[in-house]
Design a protein around this ligand. Structure first.
Ligand SMILES: Cc1cc2nc3c(=O)[nH]c(=O)nc-3n(C[C@H](O)[C@H](O)[C@H](O)COP(=O)(O)O)c2cc1C
Length: 177
């Protein structure tokens, strides 16, 4: 069996988790045909990634789903076994993560078999907090904006080692079935 770990990461959070997934698979003796970011369409790297039987695909959450590069890549996974992993700015609810993973999985062709998914929280950039604070200044009693600022603080430092370990373990467990 041959595997590939392919990720899309705008600010490094998902890349960190992908590294943990790839390292753990390699530790378990799984041979990796490709590990890296989403390859260019029709490149040699893409051919390597698509030569794998099992694809571990990591995405960052962009407006409730994955970014377009990952969506396009997932659509190419005809007949593959696929494990999805991802990071999202909002955490605290497994249900929220499951809903995103379900949406992302809709990019897979019908012939792909989804082995499972795992997600964790990923910190957001300082511009996001500045935007929330400006919103709160306009509307100081708005509980929803306060909760968004709280979530921002909670996300700082994630993904941490525990997040990476949890997602990587879930990936290995899904492979072993
Ligand atoms: C343009 C943009 C849209 C985002 N949309 C969402 C979203 O809909 N839900 C969410 O939970 N997080 C959202 N986030 C937060 C990121 O998904 C999160 O910080 C992620 O860990 C970034 O991963 P990366 O560092 O691998 O790019 C968004 C971030 C950006 C920049």
């Amino acid at each position: 069996m041959n595997a590939a770990v392919v990720y899309s990461s705008a600010s490094g959070n998902t890349e960190r988790v992908a590294k943990a997934v790839a390292d753990k698979l390699a530790d378990q003796g799984v041979s990796l045909a490709y590990r890296g970011s989403v390859p260019q369409a029709d490149s040699a790297e893409e051919a390597e990634a698509l030569s794998a039987d099992v694809v571990f695909a990591g995405f960052w959450t962009d407006k409730g789903t994955c970014a377009e590069d990952m969506a396009a890549f997932l659509a190419k996974l005809e007949g593959k076994r696929v494990f999805l992993f991802g990071t999202a700015g909002f955490g605290g609810s497994e249900q929220y993560f499951e809903q995103i993973a379900a949406r992302v999985s809709q990019n897979l062709p019908a012939t792909a078999k989804l082995l499972g998914s795992a997600m964790c929280q990923g910190q957001m950039g300082p511009g996001v907090k500045a935007r929330y604070e400006a919103m709160l200044a306009q509307d100081p009693s708005n509980a929803r904006i306060k909760a968004m600022i709280e979530n921002f603080e909670q996300a700082l430092g994630h993904p941490d080692e525990d997040d990476c370990e949890r997602v990587a373990s879930a990936a290995v467990a899904a492979l072993r079935g």
